[in-house]
Design a protein around this ligand. Structure first.
Ligand SMILES: O=C(O)CCC(=O)C(=O)O
Length: 416
């Protein structure tokens, strides 16, 4: 199959027309002046615009989104990036399915919600494309590869696990005994924010199809191997050598999960990489039908605000940090070890001063420097080991440090 044939297969004038006529595009035009995007929008709107003009707008929008802090990125430039990427693919700008899928995935991540539905529609079409229709030779859509089975090493709960493990907890009991119950702080002190009590809901996710399916690397690659995702590389996000890069799931698995080699054997965290805190199921609905929102998330007032994937080799570490939501961390593949500290321990956790990092501890929990952080020595904690099918309830404000013991895939549900 030639590149030209594959490129032609993605051409979709209807989709281009839908983008330009959409209310989202009109909103972009209205806001464009205030951020210098009017010329870019004018180019996209021009009737004779071609793929190379559109690509120039994409490049401009990409630059505008990367000049300062991401949190200051203008929503208009995010919309321009998404619209331009859609139009570029649908005008035949991408030469191959891989190039088109990657561009659209990046647009989903950078583009914000404005053109999300159209992006999903076009991605589905591009991924469904089977070269057979063009040259008569079937092309493996998402090549299956021999599946490595990511089974957890046989192990038991650690003797010092102090978080209760409970089976078949009713909604009422969960609310009464864990969600609304103030845990007596583990050090005996209480602070006003101390509420909630961690618990492992044993087997709460064991009925998910994901438990059986996601152990199989072949299944994961077959379904989402071609999708581009953000990967964190390096010890943890508090280390200088830490960085983020975009890779396909297949590249990530080949390079860092199946090939973790020494790193998984010697407990080293040096060169680990982690698909962490990513709303993978929004991006890739393919895996969404393998999981189910735990019933406990109906308790509360605000509902689920984020469903995040955490996937990587053994020894990924999430440094001790807090989140402002209720959390059920559901373990799908492999085992994880979690250490939790009540909100009343906050002064002993030495949070970072910088506002953006104030929810993260400066202490390396497993190898604390007690000269620098002497009060950490008296911080009280509880421990839990999570196995496939378990869901750990982490109440808002509780510090949690998480280490993967095996190749691990977890899904967290945050709710209010
Ligand atoms: O599993 C992990 O590595 C971290 C999970 C976490 O921090 C969370 O669910 O909030």
């Amino acid at each position: 199959m030639s590149d030209a044939n594959e490129r032609d297969a993605f051409t979709d004038d209807d989709a281009v027309a839908r983008v330009v006529r959409s209310s989202a595009f009109a909103a972009l035009e209205a806001g464009a002046k205030s951020c210098g995007a009017s010329t870019a929008i004018g180019v996209l709107r021009a009737p004779a615009v071609d793929a190379s003009d559109i690509d120039a707008v994409r490049a401009l929008a990409h630059e505008a989104l990367h000049v300062g802090n991401w949190c200051d990125a203008r929503v208009e430039w995010r919309g321009v990036y998404a619209a331009a990427t859609l139009m570029w693919v649908c005008k035949g700008g991408a030469k191959t399915r891989a190039e088109a899928t990657r561009a659209l995935d990046v647009a989903l991540m950078l583009g914000g919600p404005m053109f999300e539905d159209e992006l999903h529609r076009v991605i589905a079409r591009v991924r469904e494309y089977d070269g057979a229709s063009v040259v008569g030779a079937p092309v493996a859509k998402r090549a299956k590869r021999s599946g490595v089975m990511w089974d957890a090493s046989p192990r038991e709960t650690a003797a010092d696990d102090t978080v209760a493990r409970r089976r078949d907890v009713s909604l009422e009991a969960f609310y009464r005994d864990y969600m609304a119950k103030s845990a007596a702080s583990t050090s005996g002190e209480r602070c006003v924010d101390d509420y909630g009590t961690p618990v492992v809901l044993q087997g709460a996710a064991s009925h998910w199809p994901a438990i059986e399916k996601w152990r199989d690397g072949g299944y994961v690659v077959e379904n989402i191997g071609d999708r581009t995702v953000p990967i964190e590389v390096g010890e943890t996000y508090v280390h200088d050598a830490w960085s983020q890069k975009l890779m396909t799931v297949r590249e990530f698995i080949d390079e860092y999960v199946d090939d973790a080699g020494e790193h998984s054997r010697d407990d080293s965290t040096k060169n680990v990489a982690y698909l962490a805190q990513h709303e993978l199921f929004e991006q890739c609905p393919d895996l969404k039908c393998d999981i189910e929102e735990p019933m406990y998330c109906v308790l509360g007032t605000g509902g689920v605000c984020a469903v995040n994937a955490w996937f990587g080799p053994a020894n990924t570490v999430s440094p001790a940090h807090t989140d402002p939501h209720h959390n059920l961390l559901c373990q799908v593949v492999g085992a994880k070890r979690v250490r939790l500290f009540a909100p009343s321990e906050t002064s002993r956790m030495y949070p970072h001063d910088e506002r953006k990092m104030a929810n993260t501890s400066r202490v390396d929990v497993m190898h604390p420097n007690l000269e620098e952080f002497p009060d950490f020595a008296s911080a009280s904690f509880v421990d839990a080991t999570l196995f496939p099918g378990d869901a750990l309830y982490i109440p808002p404000g509780w510090w949690h440090h998480v280490r993967a013991l095996d190749v691990s895939f977890s899904v967290s549900y945050w709710w209010d």
